[in-house]
Design a protein around this ligand. Structure first.
Ligand SMILES: [Zn+2]
Length: 160
């Protein structure tokens, strides 16, 4: 196996994709986690198009690097970022299908970004937190996103 850092990293024409890629290939845990958090929530199709073909290279470059994390393993962000890139590369479907697989999709933020349309806010079935009834603006899928908290805030997404 060739060491991933034996050749210079590719440079991408898309400036945002290039900055994210250089961080993901940096072997610097802080830069990797910051970039992975951004990629995990990335919706910009041009950036995803540029970055997705490099998922395998990113995975190799990050192998064996301790990313740390106390309450949440920071590796969670890298794993989900790679999943998102592989999902995009495979043209597997609408990005909203990934929402249940990452705990940090705040429905309020996705509504602000125009990725979700708010239908209504109700109390969660079990009485803990608010449940946002939303519809994906890309594919129309309806979701229920509920506020949760266990040491840190997270959101539970279910198909409505
Ligand atoms: Zn969708």
């Amino acid at each position: 196996m060739r060491w991933p850092w034996s050749s210079p990293p590719p440079r991408l024409a898309n400036a945002q994709a290039d900055a994210l890629l250089q961080d993901l290939l940096s072997r610097d845990a802080t830069r990797i986690v910051d970039s992975a958090r951004t990629v995990a929530r990335l919706f910009d199709t041009a950036v995803l198009d540029a970055l997705a073909p490099h998922a395998g290279r990113i995975e190799s470059a990050c192998a064996g690097i301790a990313l740390g994390g106390a309450l949440v393993s920071l590796k969670t962000h890298l794993e989900f970022a790679l999943r998102r890139l592989n999902y995009w590369q495979a043209r597997s479907g609408c990005l909203c299908a990934l929402n249940p697989h990452y705990l940090f999709f705040d429905p309020r933020r996705l509504i602000d970004q125009g990725q979700m349309q708010l239908l209504c806010v109700a109390e969660a079935e079990d009485g803990w937190g608010a449940c946002h009834h939303v519809a994906c603006t890309q594919c129309g899928q309806r979701w229920q996103a509920t506020d949760r908290e266990y040491h840190y805030p997270w959101w539970e997404w279910k198909v409505a």
